[in-house]
Design a protein around this ligand. Sequence first.
Ligand code: HPA
Length: 282
Amino acid sequence: MRSEDSDFVLLQEIDSITQGVRAKIDEQPRVGLVLGSGLGAVADAIESPIRIPTEELNGWPRSTVEGHAGKLVFGKLEGQSVCVVQGRVHFYEGHSMSRLAVPVRVLQRLGADVLIVTNAAGGVNQNFEPGDVMLITDHINFPGMAGHSPLLGPNLDQLGPRFPDMSQAYDRELQEIAREVAAALGIELREGVYFCLAGPTFETPAELRFLQANGADAVGMSTAPEVTVARHGGMRVLGFSGISNITSLNGDRAASHEEVLETGSTIAPKLVRLIKGVIARL
Ligand code: HPA
């Protein structure tokens, strides 16, 4: 139920959206995947896919950005039941943090206990190169720190605690599996801290230097809210950033969404192999 003067999504609405999904599909996914800009191709690797356009789901946040087709794709990947959220939504599109976490809540209610998140990100770490894949070891949720947590509002006690622990937001065991899979596949895996900003502007050079001084290896406009909600609901999380561009700390190079989508197409095949390798070992 949407309340009159806020957009805190309550359990009743989450369960009604989940019912809408169940009416179309029998699968109970074990793993949920949320795909970032230009990385939607990961869904093409799914066997016997069943697609639900998310516009058919009342209350599902609408994606308005190029590169984010709004679909839920159910099927098998390496023998595991998965559900891919193709077309994530962002805070800058005008959704409340609570609403943009709806896809993760629905995955939880469908029974998924592992969440794999991917995003396109700018490399703040100047040793990175465009096309790299970074294993997210931790994040800084800047909008959350500034009062825009997706957990703001009434706590959904049935799903998780009022004050959730975030000491290991990214599951250590899953990280270790990802490292081993990358090594076995000969994929060089970078590692680091993902800094979430609200966007939609790319950063000024001064902002980038601020991020670098505060421990960021990559910067983007998503992921941290979804991971926060996933942890609140007790899911184990694995995250990868596709490094689409290296940010310019002195303003010599401009950033563009076209570049993000372009590099995404070279990163996607690597991510597919990595994610398949990890899922095969769950
Ligand atoms: N900054 C913020 N978000 C991004 C970037 C960037 O440079 N590249 C891809 N997403």
